[in-house]
Design a protein around this ligand. Sequence first.
Ligand SMILES: *Cc1c(COP(=O)(O)O)cnc(C)c1O
Length: 429
Amino acid sequence: MVSTTQSVDRQSCAAADARDDLMHFKDRFDLPSDVIYLDGNSLGALPVGALERAQEVITAEWGNGLIRSWNTAGWFDLPRRLGDKLGRLIGARAGETVVTDSTSLNLFKTIAAGIRMQQVDHPVRRVILTERDNFPTDIYVAQGISDFLNSTLDDTGNRYEVRLLDDELPLEDALDESVAVVALSHANYRTGSLWDMAEVTAMAHERGAVVIWDLCHSAGAVPIDLTAAGADFAIGCTYKYLNGGPGSPAFIWVNPRHQERFWQPLSGWWGHADPFAMADAYAPAEGISRFLCGTQPITSMAMIEPGLDMFLEADMSRLRAKSLELTDLFIELVEQRCGDHPLELITPRDHDRRGSHVSFRHPDGYPVMNALIARGVIGDYREPEVLRFGITPLYLSRTDIWDAVEALRDVLDSCAWDTAEFKKRHAVT
Ligand SMILES: *Cc1c(COP(=O)(O)O)cnc(C)c1O
């Protein structure tokens, strides 16, 4: 461990790296040598195993196996097989998780499932509770469901509504008897702050709400135990910390106590009890398979497995310890070495409240990040004014952290960010 005192220097970072028995995982990623990659929380790096798997799935399974591969290469079962592996990272047991569709779609399915359960048990509950600071798609999907449900109601009943938590409306006040579903992101995408999953779930249940956790910024970043927390549903993506590749399919988990009971509206043939019976009426598959909708993107989905295997091999508790060490180091070094600049830490210092990325506000955050990226230190920028740095312990070292902070210091000290080029807005930030 690097001691985070005045005495930290590049040499002490290198010495601690030499003692780190996770460092060998770095060679299992295909990373450019001139890049320090601090954006694995947005798009994870490429596992060497995924390159090999891509070759196999395209050439042997698609090219030679052709349609036979649905049976012979295990394509049909892939959503469940990968779901079982991923489930081990989030405190799920076998048969409770599938990999499928996108996070936005899976959120739609789970909110609809939660609303439907409440329509049976407590039909007066018509509020979907989320937070203003949530990732936008989570708010938009909740609004879409609420609008759709309202369009089917006559004008007399109470309406569906999306309620947003913020500084003025804390959870304790917002969770009243009108709330049907609580849908929160475990780790906040901007600040990296973590909800206490067990505590929030218990409070929501006590007050009669169904709880959905979005694990996009926490799966593969922090240890998660959905079973111990007693959550109802969870969703999340595989292309961030889990290194599944751009747009790789997301996952969905349902607590087994709901597995035979829940319903979801995207009732496509892959969620049918017997898809190839080609029956004229929908009958849901048993258990988690009913969350599937249509034919799965097998080539993309197959790329997810090598990353998952590394997580299972490395173990989340070891990764968490290193993540906290690296995020602590990053915060300390930025505060020590860039202390003259208007940087404001917005990530919690408390370990129990911190995910695996660190964010600082800076009034010129956007051009500062572009200047850093031009030097090969890749983080990202989020509105408003936020420099966000994802810390991924599988492929980052303490010397990477040191070098990244030195690059930041240099960009700030030299005002290298203050150019028209770095201020120009791109479509994706
Ligand atoms: C990244 C992210 C998403 C992304 O959803 P997609 O459907 O994959 O585009 C959703 N929610 C949260 C909290 C995220 O961080």
